[in-house]
Ligand binder design. Structure first.
Ligand code: UDP
Length: 243
């Protein structure tokens, strides 16, 4: 079951990954398009200023909670919700495609990254039916849309970073029928093995962001001041609502 609530007015869905996977199966089997967002604090902060992105978050089919920041924001509202890590969920979709012989497509990341990620997947999931793959550095959305419409994947993983991936997914959704689309951020970098996943202890403590920032200090600018500002805004919004 899933319950929809909001964080700073953005919809987030309270569910576990088993529910999200059941929705994917249902969408594929009933030939419906289905857009899943793996929502994090940066996206919610972006939606406060970017009206188009706010609309995208309101029109998507399922906004699963990625990022410990959203988990904390929900806790402030008295809601206990486990996060569903985007990378883990993306891997589950690949497994699902492999088990059910669903046509799968991959779009995003640098050429050497996406080809290595697919090579790794094919070694592990020997039944995988990859009908589309392309790196994420292209000039024309129309060309990509045309190629994907031709390939007709039943599941499409798009890793272009946010909001680029969600904006393209909306365009794709208007042109496809029967595809589950999900923005997976930098997941292909992890699947390729080029970027190391945070050790389990960091993941368990919700400190993955700290590990990623320490490994790639350029990320510091992205997290600060966005993450603390997000939490301050959540605290203020809760005080106002309770008052
Ligand atoms: N990327 C891409 N095309 C672009 C910009 C970015 O394919 O025009 C890829 C980039 O190579 C990386 C991913 O998008 O694989 C973005 O990763 P990031 O770590 O920014 O995303 P996050 O996981 O933080 O959402």
């Amino acid at each position: 079951m899933s319950i929809r609530t909001t964080v700073l007015n953005c919809p987030v869905d309270l569910c576990d990954s088993a529910y999200a996977l059941s929705q994917v199966l249902h969408a594929v089997n009933s030939k419906q398009n289905y857009h899943i967002v793996t929502i994090n604090p940066e996206m919610i902060m972006n939606a406060q200023e970017n009206e188009n992105f706010f609309k995208i978050l309101n029109k998507s089919d399922l906004n699963i909670i990625d990022g410990v920041g959203v988990k904390i924001a929900l806790k402030l509202k008295g809601i206990n919700q486990e996060q569903i890590r985007g990378v883990d969920f993306a891997r589950k979709l690949v497994e699902l495609a492999n088990e059910n012989d669903f046509k799968i497509g991959f779009l995003g990341a640098k050429e050497e990254v996406i080809s290595k990620a697919i090579e790794n997947f094919k070694k592990q999931y020997t039944n995988l039916n990859v009908v589309y793959s392309r790196n994420g550095y292209f000039n024309s959305d129309d060309e990509i849309i045309e190629e994907i419409v031709k390939a007709q994947p039943q599941i499409l993983l798009v890793g272009l970073g946010s909001p680029k991936q969600e904006e393209l997914i909306v365009k794709l959704k208007n042109n496809l029928s029967g595809t589950v689309l999900i923005g997976v951020g930098g997941s292909f970098d992890v699947f390729s093995g080029i970027v190391k996943e945070a050790p389990m202890i960091y993941r368990k403590l919700g400190l993955e962001w700290l590990y990623r920032t320490a490994s790639d200090p350029k990320r510091f600018k992205r997290i600060f001041p966005t993450l603390p500002l997000f939490l301050i805004k959540c605290i203020i919004s809760n005080v106002i609502k309770k008052g």
